[in-house]
Every structure is written in structure tokens, then in C-alpha cells.
Design a protein around this ligand. Sequence first.
Ligand code: SF4
Ligand code: SF4
Length: 346
Amino acid sequence: MGILEELAAKEIKRRDFVKLCTAVAAAFSLPAGFAQDIALATEKAMKKPPVVWLEGQDCAGCSESLLSTINPSIAELVLDTLSIRYHETIMAGSGSVAERALEDTIKEGGYVLVLEGSIPKADDRFCMVGGRNFKDIFMEAAGKAAAIIGAGSCATLGGGIPGATPSQGRGAIEFVSDRSKVINLPTCPVKPSRLVATIMYFLTAGKAPALDQYNRPTAFYGTLIHDNCPRRNHFEKSYFLTDWNDPKQKDYCLLLKGCKGPKTYADCPQVWWNEGANWCIGAGAPCAGCSQPEYYAGFTPLYAKQDTIDAGKIDIDTIGEVAVGVAAVGAVVHGAVRLVAGKDKK
Ligand code: SF4
Ligand code: SF4
């Protein structure tokens, strides 16, 4: 079934689909006409955009994040209608049937490989699937992949929580020879809107969007949380929360409670989670820095002030300059990605 039939079956209007495509184009700062290209490419590709989804050392939280979107959202629709050939958590097949589907897809080549969870660096035996070590399975799939997407903190950069264990889990980029094939989408878990927009961009453009030094799309990871935080005013006035139970402090800056916002690049303050419901600092929790390479081991303990980002040591003027530099881009991306996230959905 193609995308148009899927839209009709789920009673989703085509104009909403085009709205999503427009949002994707705007998120990546593409010319206006590119939205139509995205719509056409996605419609065409929907017939056969193969995706292989591998899970290494993970909690399946990133899969859960994608599957738990509210309503049959358009983001969910796009993911549903991708040809996911192999996904250990959601596929109907099992045993040799499932393994054959993986083998056949790998033989074909040209698929998007999504890695969820980390790959053990200390010893391959820390992660075995069906009697094989996971690193071999990943490397085999990585060889013929058109693109490799590291989904979530564990599959990217420092390996997230498994990176802090004796297995020394690490993300895809540490293992592949051609690092240019890797697109990293860290956060714990992966944010569905970022994954959907990245896949749609890749299907249309045939290449990765602009990436930063950690292979993260700059559209989503180009701004510092601290520069866009609604509690920034309290930070400037040195109103720091010290007592969770004091109602007067409820909106104070969370730096002394371990907030990593001054070191963390992500669009979380602009594009909230769970289809615009809220985000970490909005809910009163300090940013854990889950989009950064230091997460998890380098940022623990999560709820204690870190010396390296002590209020007295932060150069507020420098942070301000960064804020001015990204403000214009941030404003455009903010509006656009809200749509992908479903924030503006009626
Ligand atoms: S330290 Fe955290 S809570 Fe305080 S202003 Fe910065 S990002 Fe916001
Ligand atoms: S606000 Fe911080 S901890 Fe929360 S999802 Fe964004 S980067 Fe991760």
C-alpha cells in the first residue's frame, strides 16, 4: 500500500502530510519548493524504502518512544509505512524466518540502517544475538547500508548508559570505517520527530543533512539549551533552586541541581517532547545532557552540581554571543520543527 492509500485508510488528510513535508523542509532550511520534492520522494519511496533496525545493548526505550506517539500521528504513519524489514521488538516473524529477512535485505543493499543501543567495545561477548556477537551482525549490515542512523544516546557518541558499564558500549560511529555514512541522533530516548525528519530528508536528498563535528544534524543540535532556557532569567540573577520542596523556588535555575544545559546542544527548549506536551526543564528536572558525548559517565551524578559548570565559572558573556549567533536560525527551526513534533496539531 502506498502513502496515499495509507493516508486515506488512517483518515489523515493529504494536506497534513504536505504540512509535515513543509515542516521538514523548513527544519533543514531548504527552499520552499523542496517541500513538494519531499512529498513526491516520500510517496514514491514509501513503496520500498527498506529499513533495518538493529538493537544492541539497549532498553528498547527508543523503539518505545517511537511507538508511543499520541494518536496515529503523521510521524507514526511515516514510520509505519517504511518498509521495516527487520526489527527485533516489533516484527511479526521470528527465528529463521526473521533472520532470512535480514540476510535478504543485506544482500540487496541500499537500505537505511538504524542502530538502537550500543556495541560493546571491551569484549564482543557482552552482547550476543542468536548465538552471534552483535558487533559482527552490525558490521555486516553496515557494509551495504546507504546510511547509518544512530538512534538515541547509546547508539551514538559515548554509548549512553551502557558506555558507563564494564562492556564499554559505544555508538556506531566508533566502529565503521566510513564515518560519513553515519547520522547521529542522540538523546535518551531518540526523539521521533528528529528521526522522521532525518529519514525523509535522506530519502529526498540522497544524502545526510548538514552535520556538526559529532555527526548530529545542526538543525536539531545547533543551539545551546542554556541559551534558550525559560529559566535563563533566573540564572542571570543567580536565583538557583536549592530546595525542591520550596514553592517559591519552583521556577528557579536548576544549575545547582546538576543541570547540564550550559554544555548541551539540542533544540529541546524550542521543540518539546511527546508531541509538544513538555520537556525536561519545563517539567522541573535538570537537563541531563543526553545529547552530548559526555553522557552518561561524564555527567554523573546527574543531580549534583558539577564543578566544571559551576555558576561562578561560566562566562556569561560568551554564552550570550553564541545566543545572538544562533537566534535567527533558531527561530526558523523552532517554528518548523514544532510542526514535525505535532506541537501545533489542532
Ligand atoms: S543552568 Fe539549566 S535551568 Fe539554568 S538557565 Fe541554564 S539550562 Fe536553564
Ligand atoms: S533537555 Fe537535556 S536531558 Fe532532556 S532530552 Fe533534552 S538534552 Fe536530553
